[in-house]
Design a protein around this ligand. Structure first.
Ligand SMILES: [Zn+2]
Length: 367
């Protein structure tokens, strides 16, 4: 595809584990210990395989025989989505959401994640009869317990599943805003909204009423776009829907004028190189991913795992993989981590404090 650069000749495997001078840590070890931000991680894609199996048994959800991980095979984004939907169907009640929230924070902390704005996509569960209130209350309780245990801070973004259409998206937003106004349990953890799932068959502008409603209620706005759809559609989500952040945005590189627009406006991209290679098949390798070129062009880009349990690549492994594939130094990777803070929806004081913490730890951990 055009947005991928020529075949990478670098070693695109995980960063070397050989000890070096400085802190005595290898680059991969130091990157795991470095405090990091994550702005693009789907909770359902963070479900531990053993939890998927346990919840399937508990809720009577039939899964094919064998190891859950054997299901994690696909040849396209649409095939991946079918597996994703099967996996998330094991979440049957509020206690399941609480378990997911709790385990996801523990697993995130093990990758050095200290601040996260994570996605939940509840529309399939609502269609199956669960309530938004129970999903939010369960998740929020689990995230709070995980945060308390690890010292992390985890906030929620509620995503609209595009395959359900713009009208269902507006209904979800109306219900979410109602929960926040009623001070429903856990609703204060929701700081923003977005959309995900199928790209090619949906007109993003059909979600304009939902985005307007969310903006009027003071919710922050992002949206998946440009995993497989062309660059122009990314501009539509940023300008036409008013999304403040684009999730993925891989194809942006194909439109130099749009790249300049994003750089000038400071609109961030939450990118997930390994996911783009193994899920969307949008690039042949991480070495060919456009993140470095977009960053060179002045676009604010951040590094994220997307669906860590399904790809087997967590946030720390993603940092190590990218450092090796792009031959980036420790300082370059620390700068990328700091850009995660800049692109977050923390307030200015929160950003300053977290940036200072990352810089101090970076000095201590430098390989
Ligand atoms: Zn995603």
């Amino acid at each position: 595809m055009r947005h991928c650069s020529p075949p990478c000749t670098a070693d695109c495997g995980p960063a070397s584990l050989a000890p070096v001078t400085g802190s005595g840590l290898s680059l991969a070890e130091a990157l795991r210990a470095l405090p990091k931000v994550e702005l693009h991680c789907h909770l359902e894609g963070a479900l531990r395989p053993q939890t998927v199996a346990g919840l399937a048994r508990k809720n009577g959800v039939p899964l094919p025989p064998g190891d859950v991980r054997d299901l994690y095979r696909w040849e396209s984004l649409d095939e991946f989505l079918r597996v994703f939907w099967l996996i998330q169907s094991v979440l049957g009640d509020q206690s399941d959401w609480e378990r997911l929230g709790y385990e996801s924070v523990l697993d995130g902390a093990a990758t050095g994640r200290v601040y996260a704005e994570v996605f939940v996509s509840p529309m399939r569960h609502l269609a199956a009869g669960q309530t938004l209130a129970s999903v939010i209350e369960g998740l929020s309780a689990g995230l709070a317990a995980g945060d308390a245990e690890t010292g992390a801070t985890t906030r929620l973004i509620v995503n609209m599943d595009r395959s359900y259409g713009g009208e269902a998206g507006l209904q979800l937003m109306t219900e979410l805003i109602g929960l926040r106004r009623a001070n429903a349990a856990g609703a204060d953890r929701v700081i923003g909204i977005g959309m995900d799932s199928a790209e090619l068959t949906v007109d993003p502008l059909s979600f304009a009423p939902a985005y307007r409603e969310a903006a009027a209620a003071g919710l922050r706005r992002c949206g998946h776009q440009g995993q497989v759809a062309p660059a122009a559609s990314i501009g539509v989500v940023a300008v036409g829907l008013g999304a403040e952040r684009i999730d993925h945005g891989v194809s942006l590189i194909d439109d130099p004028d749009l790249v300049a627009f994003f750089a000038g406006r400071g609109i961030p991209l939450t990118m997930c190189p390994t996911s783009n290679v193994v899920i969307a098949r949008a690039c042949g390798s991480v070495g060919r991913h456009p993140l470095p070129r977009l960053r060179d062009a002045g676009v604010l880009v951040t590094l994220n795992s997307d669906d860590p349990a399904m790809t087997g690549v967590d946030l720390a492994a993603e940092y190590a993989t990218c450092a090796a594939a792009w031959n980036w130094s420790w300082d370059q990777m620390v700068d990328l981590a700091l850009d995660g803070v800049a692109a977050s929806w923390l307030d200015d004081d929160g950003k300053r404090a977290l940036s200072a913490r990352i810089a101090a730890e970076a000095a201590r951990l430098a390989p």
